[in-house]
Design a protein around this ligand. Structure first.
Ligand code: SF4
Length: 294
């Protein structure tokens, strides 16, 4: 019998498809974002260490060569520092070939940890934090009840940066509707420039029935962006970006056009491709020569 127990639906980043998933927490400690329905049926809790320990030991006997582990659910970074260190140490001991542990985090979770603590977690193989910022606009963040300001996001991200833990940031294309598209694109670019993340992922908004965001669009308080307007928003954001070396992907199933690029290296070519596709209003792929090999 498979020794890992999962409670409810499990979500993980696309890049963790081959990782062993362990549910260290249940749900999301914030659980208030107006567009998100992922953990509405779960009450947040951190799993008992002893229960997790038994599971880790059992699975390590079945899968001793595991190299990558993703700690679910919505924000395992909310686990208090001492306990998270204990879990990471246990994983290292149980899986001798372990290379990297990853998890989702909220900006609030980063603010609850010091640079020194994040550095210690990195030394215990915390190799990447998937951080959903959704937008860089103060107004949009307030509207979606993200619970943090752009300044707080920048501060939390800077702690991870100083500690040397890579960040994979997620932003939501179309989140502010047509009414807020320019502010969303511009302010997000400006916050991303402050963060200078290693990875950036863009998802297209897919409203979930039952959420406030869904209601806003349904009642006409916000106007949904057409595929071309979504691409124009991406273009505005990319134009404002000035990043050192960031792998940028917009290849989620919810995106209308798959994009893979390294920013800033590919910025001008990416803008030209976006212009070409927007002008022709023709679906295609941006994976042309200069974007291959990622
Ligand atoms: S923090 Fe993330 S998982 Fe939690 S409610 Fe917001 S979007 Fe959903």
């Amino acid at each position: 019998m498979y020794p890992v127990k999962y409670e409810g639906d499990i979500y993980r980043p696309p890049s963790e498809a081959k990782s062993l998933i362990l549910q260290a927490t249940i749900g999301c400690s914030h659980n208030r974002c107006t567009f998100c329905g992922m953990y509405k049926r779960k009450k947040f809790r951190v799993r008992e260490f002893e229960e997790l320990e038994k599971e880790i030991i059992a699975v390590s006997q079945m899968m001793p060569r595991t190299r990558r582990i993703f700690l679910a659910d919505g924000n395992a970074l909310a686990i208090p520092f001492e306990l998270l260190s204990r879990i990471l140490q246990l994983l290292q001991d149980a899986f001798p070939k372990l290379e990297r542990v990853s998890l989702y985090g909220n900006p609030q979770d980063l603010l609850e940890k010091s640079v020194e603590q994040l550095r210690e977690l990195k030394n215990l193989k915390l190799g990447i934090i998937y951080l959903g910022i959704e937008s860089g606009s103060a107004a949009v963040l307030k509207e979606i009840r993200k619970g943090v300001t752009p300044q707080q996001i920048a501060e939390g991200a800077s702690r991870a940066k100083q500690a040397g833990v890579p960040l994979s940031i997620t932003v939501i294309n179309g989140l502010a509707g047509l009414e807020g598209t320019e502010e969303h694109a511009g302010e997000t670019a400006s916050l991303l420039n402050k963060i200078d993340p290693e990875y950036l992922g863009l998802l297209s908004l897919m409203t979930v029935p039952g959420t406030t965001t869904h209601r806003c669009f349904k009642e006409g308080l916000l106007t949904p962006l057409s595929p071309w307007e979504l691409l124009k928003e991406i273009r505005m954001m990319v134009e404002g970006l000035s990043l050192t070396n960031c792998v940028f992907r917009a290849n989620h199933a919810s995106n209308y056009l798959p994009i893979k690029a390294v920013l800033s290296r590919d910025k001008e070519q990416l803008l030209a491709e976006l212009d070409r596709v927007i002008a022709k209003k023709a679906p295609g792929s941006l994976k042309s020569e200069y974007l291959r090999g990622l």
